[in-house]
Design a protein around this ligand. Structure first.
Ligand code: NAP
Length: 471
């Protein structure tokens, strides 16, 4: 068989993308759209379902954001695209095995772990990372069997980003509103029985430094049946903060306006969502049952650093906040995958402009790339990853043009299916996913919801004829 440089119709460039969230789908699309070459892209995901955080992270009451999957469906329909769901890198296939079968590999594995507070009592019953709660209400199979005790009256949410706002909002929303979304059935049932009356969101810095966005804040300010409340004293700005506000983005100014409107409100609804600032939990205190009973909070003041940034420093004052549950939403981080370089300190895959490095500051691993949160850490809204993945694809094409992929005989796409079948890896194709998708949509009709998610991997596999009995 003759050898040819990859990228032609006779000898397409063969790429594996690991992870089918937004960044992975955008990378696939850029490759399939590239005018200068012919690419074939296989997208792998460890779950039988595609779309990563759009399915498992975006809140159920944000259906409009989820409509972005229509773009990914178009990508999936393009010639040269294939989906291999339920195939995990590090579990079912190794990086070396993929490197032997593909010309280039793109890691789009996201951030599957969380930052921790690192305070005593953090691992206590009813103190949980927000990502677990998010995965639970979104029906992510890893968290579907988790139980949240919503018989408590007060919940603290630590962090001031959009994830903190998401989880606080889900706890404070009328479950009958959520019933018409794709919230997981087990979460809907638990929220219907919830006795939570107050959710308190704790920011370690001031309102001007909050990471959440005005549209998310406006949503909680207008939540039916719940009062969003702020203590006016928390909005009194010191001279450093006034200075920061003068230089701040429109986002911070708009946030402050909305918070001031909340501060002017009296409590009237049965549920409250309180936003507090300049407090840091220093210890989770146990109740008599051994679960969360309270938080020991240190009050903070802001101290200006040499670069002008404002950091929280303990003022010396403390308070005890009685709460029955704590969700920590202080940022996500990546999880190391067997055989894949990982920067433990930064919680991401070490890279230079998307080219994976053997270790932070080390040499480049040829033909291995990273996109999305695994590349940059947890930042940027979904749409921003379109351009970011495009930059990495440009680097891939530049490397290809520079001869990074040696000429070789064409690789036959059917070899991948044969290889996985021989290994007894029951993969889910995009056509299989469409069967699951149709099942979910049909089940959703029972409660006038866009879909009712399947949350059990064994059930998903059985529905597409890949269950144990069919193997
Ligand atoms: P984030 O925006 O980075 O917010 C993390 C928050 O945690 C910050 O307020 C940070 O405070 C705080 N924090 C960090 N360490 C802390 C500690 N030790 N003690 C107390 N607080 C601490 O992260 P995120 O909320 O996880 O969101 C991740 C990304 O997803 C963001 O880009 C976000 O906008 C996006 N997202 C968007 C939506 C939406 O559009 N609806 C929904 C969810 C997520 P400091 O600022 O003081 O560090």
């Amino acid at each position: 068989m003759s050898t040819m440089p990859p990228g032609s119709v006779e000898r397409p460039l063969r790429v594996a993308v690991i992870g089918s969230g937004p960044a992975g789908f955008y990378a696939a699309r850029h490759l399939l759209d590239a005018k200068e070459l012919r690419a074939e892209v296989d997208v792998f995901d460890r779950l039988p379902t595609p779309y990563g955080l759009v399915r498992g992270g975006v809140a159920p009451d944000h259906q409009k954001i989820k409509s972005v999957v229509k773009v990914y469906e178009k990508t999936a329909a393009m010639q040269g695209f294939r989906f291999f769901g339920h195939v995990a890198l590090g579990r079912d296939v190794s990086l070396a095995e993929l490197q032997a079968r593909y010309d280039q590999i793109v890691l789009a594995v996201g951030n599957e772990s969380d930052r921790r507070l690192g305070i005593p009592g953090e691992g206590m019953v009813r103190c949980t990372p927000a990502s677990v709660f998010v995965g639970w209400y979104n029906g992510h199979p890893d968290y579907a069997h988790f139980r949240f005790d919503l018989s408590v009256k007060r919940v603290a949410v630590v962090g001031n980003g959009n994830v903190a706002i998401d989880v606080a909002r889900i706890l404070a929303t009328d479950p009958e509103i959520l019933a018409r979304t794709d919230i997981a059935p087990h979460a809907l049932e638990a929220l219907r029985a919830s006795r939570v009356e107050e959710v308190i969101v704790l920011g370690r810095r001031g309102p001007v430094q909050a990471a959440f966005t005005p549209s998310e804040l406006k949503e909680i300010a207008e939540l039916p049946g719940t009062d969003a409340l702020v203590d006016p004293l928390d909005l009194a700005l010191d001279p450093h903060e006034e200075e920061a506000l003068a230089l701040a983005s429109d986002r911070a100014r708009r946030n402050l306006e909305l918070l001031r409107a909340c501060a002017a409100r009296e409590r009237s609804a049965s549920r409250a969502l309180r936003l507090r600032f300049l407090v840091s939990p220093v210890e989770v205190l146990a109740d008599e049952d051994g679960g969360v009973g309270a938080l020991n909070l240190a009050r903070n003041r802001l101290v200006q650093g040499e670069d002008g940034s404002l950091s929280p420093k303990p003022s010396g004052e403390h308070e005890t906040l009685p709460v029955g549950m704590v969700l920590t939403a202080v940022g996500y981080r990546g999880r190391a995958i067997e055989g894949v370089p990982f920067d433990e300190r930064r919680g991401l895959i070490p890279n230079q402009d998307g080219r994976v490095l053997r270790s932070a500051g080390g040499p480049v691993v040829p033909n291995l790339y990273v996109v999305g949160w695994a590349r940059s850490g947890p930042q940027g809204l979904i749409g921003s990853h379109r351009a970011a993945s495009g930059e990495v694809v440009q680097a891939m094409l530049a490397d290809l043009a520079a001869g990074s992929v040696p000429p070789s005989a064409a690789r036959r796409p059917a070899e991948i299916e044969a290889w996985l079948t021989e290994r007894a890896v029951p993969y889910v194709s995009f056509a299989d996913w469409q069967v699951l998708d149709a099942t979910e949509v049909a089940r959703g009709q029972r409660r006038e919801a866009p879909r009712e998610k399947l949350t059990d991997v064994a059930e998903m596999l059985a529905l597409v004829g890949k269950g144990p009995a069919e193997r």
